[in-house]
Ligand binder design. Structure first.
Ligand code: FES
Length: 276
């Protein structure tokens, strides 16, 4: 272990080149693996980011941006490294990264065009702008052109409603969109003269950067919860239904019922002992 770099030497790591992320730890360097070289080079900046906050986990999103800046997206390797560095589970990191449209979990185009589809923009013609942009780019929502140059996405309010309809290109604002501005933007991007810089692109993007979700049926409150009023459902916000179920004390039933969702058809039958 190299205490300064936080990594093992390649000889002691015992990892074959190209080992899958599931087998990899941020301690280990895989011979010739580009991510590991990037990770090692970013360790000082990672330490700086972590040092900015009282709690390590506060550096999670800044670190995700750091990796995205260098990789063009937040790879599975990056999420594993972040989890290790901030002391969180990989699931926590992935759920955080997946929450924000600003962070990509798969490679995207060198330019990501995000057109606002929210109220002010819609009232000012966003529908037509989006139709036109899709037509001119030849791609749809969450898709990337075949040459990997431009990704297109329709997003919620960008907080620039006074300049609607608007977009962000690589997170830079583009205001007062018209068909002509879309034409000029696409021409400049293709011609390499666009004023906004391209993103890093360390991997060729696929048709979409959407990460398919588990298609299993989900309940109103959580996995495998049939009713929102059941333990773990949205009617059990405080967890008391779950608690009562575990403790099995009938005297807690009214306390639980107070918190149930007010939808009688969904209200579960309670047995005499308060169990569902
Ligand atoms: S609705 Fe488009 S920026 Fe707010």
């Amino acid at each position: 272990m190299n205490a300064q770099s936080g990594t093992l030497s390649s000889a002691s790591a015992g990892q074959p080149a190209g080992a899958a992320v599931a087998d990899w730890s941020p301690y280990a360097q895989r011979d010739g693996h580009p991510f590991d070289a990037l990770y090692a080079s970013l360790l000082p900046e990672i330490a700086r980011l972590i040092g900015l906050y009282e709690q390590k986990r506060s550096a999670l999103i800044p670190m995700a941006h750091l990796f995205q800046e260098h990789e063009g997206y937040v790879s599975a390797n990056a999420m594993a490294a972040i989890a290790y560095q901030v002391g969180e589970t990989p699931a926590t990191v992935e759920s955080t990264v997946s929450f924000y449209t600003l962070l990509y979990r798969k490679p995207v185009g060198k330019y990501v065009v995000q057109v606002c589809r929210n109220l002010s923009c819609l009232l000012n013609g966003a529908e037509e702008i989006m139709d036109y942009a899709r037509e001119q780019l030849g791609i749809g929502h969450l898709e990337t052109t075949a040459d990997g140059l431009i990704s297109y996405e329709e997003v919620e309010c960008l907080a620039a409603c006074d300049r609607a309809p608007c977009a962000q290109v690589n997170l830079e604002f583009v205001y007062d969109l018209t068909r002509e501005r879309i034409d000029a933007m696409i021409a400049a991007i293709k011609g390499g003269t666009y004023e906004i810089a391209p993103l890093a692109q360390t991997a060729k993007p696929g048709r979409t950067w959407r990460v398919e979700q588990d298609n299993g049926r989900k309940s109103a409150g959580g996995m495998n919860v049939e009713s929102p009023n059941n333990a773990g459902g949205i009617g059990d916000r405080s967890g008391l239904v779950m608690f009562d179920l575990i403790v099995g004390k009938a005297q807690y039933e009214s306390r639980s019922n107070e918190r149930l969702v007010h939808e009688t058809t969904l209200r579960p039958e309670l047995s005499e002992n308060g169990h569902h």
